[in-house]
Ligand binder design. Structure first.
Ligand SMILES: NC(=O)c1ccc[n+]([C@@H]2O[C@H](COP(=O)([O-])OP(=O)(O)OC[C@H]3O[C@@H](n4cnc5c(N)ncnc54)[C@H](O)[C@@H]3O)[C@@H](O)[C@H]2O)c1
Length: 307
């Protein structure tokens, strides 16, 4: 069977490339990226266990029609910096919505089953635990999150024509060839490794946010494809909810001198929400990979630096 991965050179896409051998049903993998994030090295030394091919395509402008008989499509191609999305709002809307339209049209025409990645950032500041099915909890606070919600709506609108799963991923932690360092845990590990102070928005210190280990993210993809579960629904996906204080404590286990500087500017999303994983568990998939281990692996990447 054939799998097509868009945004294959990104943080999540490159992890899929690395682990896809574990999905036995997949024999051939088509990789698409436009190198927007310049992570060419994600394509170096690919394992020979699957038939990989790569195409340098801007998905917001070019149709995928030349690709035939694709059973599954995992859509990772996006501009993804939530914090930076305020300054590139127009371009982010243009790129991400055009990519999504292209992918949906392709999946409809080719009967390909789609895995879409949304984000837990679609929830605004909440006072209670948030689940997927209460629409009153949807309060996106950035253009990035607004676009994610719009993508979900596009899927719902086409639900009679397409088979899909949409996952609201927590912020990713963990190491891949295409690792990015502008999301919370990775950025903090990077700061600690460079002996820099970790800048934390004051009120964020004790607020909970959802995080997803890359290992669990892959489990989600493998689960859908192995079991062919595509029920046109939306699921939260997270390994756990943690406060910044708890994350810093985990980092300190490996970098004892780590220090925090409280700032007024928002260096990370200042919102707090406790996200519920029950719906995915009820489907038969329990996510429990260790964020502590992801932190250990991330810090190990830069362990050659001594101060
Ligand atoms: N990383 C996280 O913490 C996180 C959390 C929740 C949801 N997500 C979502 O998961 C998906 C993948 O995230 P990621 O962390 O791997 O992002 P990433 O930024 O690391 O990778 C995205 C990839 O998409 C490519 N791309 C962008 N526009 C393209 C276009 N027009 N045509 C072809 N390729 C294009 C980029 O070059 C990049 O390699 C995104 O939809 C993101 O919003 C990520």
């Amino acid at each position: 069977m054939k799998l097509l991965v868009t945004g294959a050179c990104g943080h999540i896409g490159s992890f899929i490339i690395e682990k896809v051998a574990k999905i036995k049903r997949i024999k051939e993998v088509i990789l698409i990226d436009n190198f927007n994030s310049h992570r060419h090295s994600t394509l170096f030394n690919l394992k020979k266990n699957k038939k990989f091919s790569f195409y340098n395509i801007d998905l917001s402008k070019t149709s995928l029609k030349k690709f035939k008989k694709v059973e599954y499509l995992i859509h990772c191609a996006s501009l993804t910096n939530a914090q930076g999305s305020f300054s590139i709002k127009k371009e982010m809307y243009r790129n991400n919505i055009a990519c999504m339209k292209n992918v949906i049209n392709y999946c409809i025409k080719n009967k390909s089953k789609l895995i879409h990645i949304s984000s837990t950032s679609v929830y605004g500041k909440q006072v209670k635990i948030v689940d997927e099915d209460d629409e009153s909890l949807l309060k996106p606070q950035s253009p990035y999150a607004e676009i994610k919600l719009q993508e979900e709506k596009m899927l719902k609108k086409n639900k009679n024509k397409i088979k899909f799963m949409s996952f609201r991923f927590g912020t990713i932690a963990g190491v891949s060839k295409g690792i990015r360092f502008h999301t919370a845990i990775n950025k903090f590990c990077f700061n600690a490794s460079l002996n820099e102070k970790i800048l934390v928005y004051k009120t964020a210190y004790n607020q909970y946010r959802p995080y997803l280990s890359l290992k669990d993210a892959f489990k989600v993809f493998k689960f859908c494809i192995d079991k062919d579960v595509f029920n046109n629904d939306i699921y939260n996906a997270l390994s756990g909810n943690y406060t910044v204080k708890q994350i810093i404590k985990m980092i300190k286990k490996y970098k004892k001198k780590t220090s925090v500087k409280f700032v007024k500017t928002k260096i990370m999303n200042q919102l707090s929400y406790h996200v519920d994983n029950q719906k995915l568990s009820n489907l038969g998939l329990k996510l429990n990979s260790s964020i502590q281990n992801d932190i250990k692996d991330t810090i190990k990447l830069l362990s050659g630096l001594k101060y």
